[in-house]
Design a protein around this ligand. Structure first.
Ligand SMILES: [Zn+2]
Length: 247
């Protein structure tokens, strides 16, 4: 297919092209997955805020309950006073006995209510302490999530910048290749992130298809540019290493 010095040059150019395709794919992955990851983080932060709101609601409920019981107690005290006043002036013996009975009953009710109020305020206080703990933990988590989102945004901007830059670099590198190599690469790149595969254990690194032994040896010695019969990619030994500082 190709021969001599030319193939060495071609393979070197293809290694560079392969590295660029890799970087392009990584940058694309970052730019396409970032919105979803950011959305997930935003939902997580909202969940923590909602937890705090739920806890605050519970505190409000407990306090409302305690105040409602205090209102009941005030009504009860008023009734007690009214009965005591009546008892002080009552003449009829039966009526006096009935009032004594009622007063005892109201006093027992009042004692019970006081116990309930004490417990209600106790519950409200415990709930309030729990709210403070949840607020603190959530505050820290929400702040950490905000940091993560900021990092994500920075990473995305870097990836987007790299994407544009690598795209240009790739076009330049492709333009320097023989036209039939370029057109094959552009066809393959519609199907694969990287149309250039590496040589791995005598076969295609991308799909695992083995090369005829001599072809594998030639590819390994930079004497040939095989095309994989399994996936159609070019196979280049010792394909370019990772590049790009933004990763
Ligand atoms: Zn293959």
């Amino acid at each position: 297919m190709f021969g001599g010095v030319f193939v060495t040059e071609l393979l070197r150019a293809l290694r560079q092209v392969a590295a660029l395709y890799d970087e392009l794919a990584r940058a694309r992955r970052v730019t396409t997955t970032t919105p979803g990851r950011d959305e997930h983080l935003a939902a997580l932060a909202a969940e923590h805020v909602a937890d705090v709101a739920d806890e605050a609601d519970l505190v409000a409920v407990r306090r409302r309950e305690a105040r409602r019981l205090e209102g009941e107690l005030r009504d009860l005290e008023a009734r007690l006073q009214e009965r005591r006043a009546r008892k002080a002036v009552v003449q009829d013996l039966h009526a006096a006995q009935a009032l004594t009975h009622e007063l005892a009953h109201l006093q027992a009710q009042r004692d019970d209510l006081e116990t309930q109020i004490f417990k209600a305020w106790d519950d409200a206080e415990a709930e309030s302490a729990r709210l403070a703990a949840v607020e603190e933990a959530s505050g820290e988590t929400v702040a950490r999530i905000a940091d993560q989102r900021e990092d994500l945004a920075v990473h995305e901007r870097q990836a987007a910048a790299a994407l544009a830059e690598v795209e240009t670099e790739l076009q330049t590198a492709l333009a320097a290749l023989p036209i039939r190599v370029t057109s094959k690469l552009s066809r393959l790149s519609a199907r694969y992130d990287n149309p250039v595969s590496g040589l791995a254990a005598g076969g295609c690194d991308a799909c695992g298809q083995m090369l005829p032994q001599q072809q594998a040896i030639d590819a390994d010695h930079d004497r040939a540019l095989p095309v994989c019969t399994g996936c159609g990619r070019f196979i280049v030994a010792r394909r370019g290493t990772r590049r790009g500082e933004w990763m």
